[in-house]
Design a protein around this ligand. Structure first.
Ligand code: ZN
Ligand code: ZN
Length: 301
C-alpha cells in the first residue's frame, strides 16, 4: 500500500503547499481522502493516473477539502473509461451537497456517482468491506460535521512454500485455496492451512483531518501502523486551535502516544508557518516517530 500526500496546507493553497488531498493505492485499488482545489493537478505532478480513483472519502464539507471534486468528476467523465463509477462517502448531508455540486457546472456526466451519507453517531462504523480490507469512520469535532477514517487491511495467511513443497504441493490453484483458509487434498492426504501457512497481520492507516481534541481520535487510531493527522498549529497556539477547532503538536503527539500507533504524519499546517521542523521537534516530545508531511510525500505501509 502506498500513500501520496497531495496537499499539506490548511484553508488556502500557498506557493509551496496545496490544500488537502491524500491518494491511497492499495494494489491498484485507489481512493482519495479529501479532494481540495488543485488536487487533479497535484496528481498530474505526482505521476498519478486520475482515472484510477474509484472512491473518495470526504472528511467534511469545508472548501479546502472538497473544492476539487467537481473538476475530478468532469475529468473522469471525459476519460476513455467505458462507464466510470465513483463512490463518494462523506458525513451526513453529503448526498444533498453532491446533488447541488453536480448541478453547479454544465456538463454531460457519464460518470456513475454513487453517494453515501455516513452517520456513525459517536461509534466506530464499518461502512465498506471486501475480501482484502474494511473502511471505518467515526465523528470528529469540528465547526461542521466531520469524519475521521481508517483503512483496515485484513489479516492474511502467508504460505511457506518450502513447507508446502515438502508436503507435495506446487504453485497453483491448491495454494490459492489454502490462502483462502480452505483445506486441500494431495494424494489422498488432507492439508490444512495451519500446516503450511502463518498469519500475517493486516495494516491499518488512520486519517484524521479537521478536528479539535476528542476521545474519538483514540478510538479510531488505536494501534494504527500509520496515523495521518491534522496539526494546524504549534503548541503555543492552543488558544487558536480551540477557537477554530483544530489541533496542536502537543495534542497530536499525545494522541499518537496514547493510541499506540507506530508512526505519525502531521499535515494541514496553518499558512503562518513556512518551515515544519518545529512541528517535528514539539510532537517528538510526546511521540518520537512524528514526521511533518510535505506535498508529494510518498509513504509505503
Ligand atoms: Zn481544513
Ligand atoms: Zn475544516
Amino acid at each position: 500500500m502506498q500513500l501520496t500526500i497531495l496537499g499539506t496546507s490548511s484553508m488556502v493553497p500557498t506557493k509551496e503547499r496545496n490544500v488537502s488531498g491524500i491518494f491511497l493505492d492499495y494494489n491498484g485499488d485507489c481512493m482519495l481522502i479529501d479532494c481540495g482545489e488543485g488536487t487533479q493537478r497535484q496528481m498530474n505532478i505526482a505521476g498519478i493516473n486520475r482515472n484510477k480513483v474509484k472512491k473518495v472519502l470526504i472528511t467534511h464539507w469545508h472548501g479546502d477539502h472538497v473544492s476539487g471534486l467537481i473538476g475530478l468528476i468532469q475529468t473522469l467523465g471525459n476519460s476513455e473509461i467505458e462507464e466510470p463509477t465513483l463512490h463518494v462517502f462523506g458525513p451526513k448531508g453529503t448526498k444533498e451537497r453532491m446533488f447541488h455540486l453536480m448541478n453547479t457546472v454544465s456538463f454531460e456526466s457519464k460518470v456513475n456517482v454513487k453517494v453515501k451519507d455516513l452517520d456513525p453517531r459517536g461509534k466506530l462504523l464499518k461502512f465498506f468491506e471486501n475480501t482484502d480490507y474494511a473502511l471505518e469512520c467515526i465523528d470528529m469535532r469540528h465547526s461542521t460535521p466531520c469524519l475521521g477514517y481508517s483503512f483496515v487491511e485484513k489479516d492474511k495467511l502467508r504460505i511457506q512454500m518450502p513447507k508446502a513443497k515438502k508436503l507435495g504441493l506446487k504453485e497453483g490453484p491448491l495454494i490459492g485455496k489454502l490462502q483462502r483458509g480452505e483445506t486441500v487434498k494431495v494424494k489422498g492426504k488432507e492439508i490444512t492451512p495451519e500446516m503450511v501457512a502463518t498469519q500475517q497481520k493486516g495494516k491499518k492507516v488512520t486519517f484524521i483531518m479537521d478536528t479539535q481534541q476528542t476521545n474519538n481520535t483514540l478510538v479510531l487510531a488505536e494501534s494504527a501502523d500509520l496515523l495521518v493527522i491534522e496539526t494546524t498549529y504549534l503548541a503555543e497556539k492552543e488558544e487558536n486551535a480551540l477557537k477554530f477547532k483544530h489541533m496542536t503538536t502537543n495534542q497530536v503527539g499525545m494522541i499518537a502516544h496514547t493510541a499506540g500507533v507506530k508512526k505519525m504524519i502531521m499535515t494541514h499546517f496553518s499558512q503562518r508557518y513556512k518551515e515544519t521542523g518545529e512541528f517535528e521537534k514539539e510532537a517528538r516530545l510526546h511521540f518520537p516517530e512524528s514526521y511533518a508531511a510535505y506535498d508529494f510525500m510518498k509513504i509505503k505501509v
